[in-house]
Design a binder for this molecule. Sequence first.
Ligand code: ADP
Ligand code: ZN
Length: 296
Amino acid sequence: MSLIGGIEAGGTKFVCAVGSGPNDIRAEHRFPTTTPEETLAQAIAFFQAQEGEHGRIAAIGIAAFGPLDPNPASPTFGYITTTPKPGWANADVVGVIKTALGVPVGFDTDVNGAALGEHRWGAAQDVDTFIYLTIGTGVGGGVMVNGRLLHGLIHPELGHISLPHDWAQDPYKGRCPYHGDCLEGMAAGPAIGERWGQPAFELPADHPAWELEAHYLALALRSYICTLSPQRIIMGGGVMEQPQLFPLLRQKTIDYLAGYVQSPAILERIDSYIVPPGLGNQAGVLGAMALGMAAL
Ligand code: ADP
Ligand code: ZN
């Protein structure tokens, strides 16, 4: 079994790990995301130390915040492109890692990585067309179609779809800097906190916030079900740590589909259709390792 390195490159923290799968993580290291120079140097130092201890690393996968360029034929492959995060716009991530460590490097969005990891080891092993959504600081989605991660033009941006917005029911204007009341603007963790004047994780389980959150998420799932025809939907990220969201979301998704999409997977087995990540909070870093394996 080859030793693989994974980098979950998040906007607030990096998680690096070395191993060969969920049951064989040899070491893990977390550190805050600062400048690209400093943060990537820390990742490189970690992998060099691990090679000293466990032997040669065969490949590295990077699952990163974006937007980014995942197209190997593009001159800016491996770059984070248009992020507002200071210092990271047009940062060459793959080039720096590849030059320092001299191994094949896989590179994709954090959510496409998580989808690949879930397909290999987690909650999507028995399907080949599904989506992995994260509802956290932002909203993002990775998409696997017929066994391959979807890139197309660039990569999917499932968080930035528009939703019906009943301003009388919810006067909150949304906080996406690009679109205001897109899904991310209305339903990511910081939007919940801003709308209700209290951090999302502090709101009690019976707070009306969760009914409204499930409403927006279910509207989004209806759109994804109708456009992508996923065989399963995996819902991760900090906000989904609220267990009461799952039953609300499942029921509303069925209600909003209104009987139009006729599948027993939805109508009879919704509990195994909309599910949490099988890899739990390791989905990100294991997804990165899966990208490394794919690059081998
Ligand atoms: P990130 O998106 O930065 O990778 P997370 O997925 O943990 O990280 O998302 C962080 C967001 O999720 C924050 O806005 C926080 O308010 C929200 N969050 C974290 N934990 C919970 C929780 N238990 N319940 C509700 N919201 C949470
Ligand atoms: Zn948006």
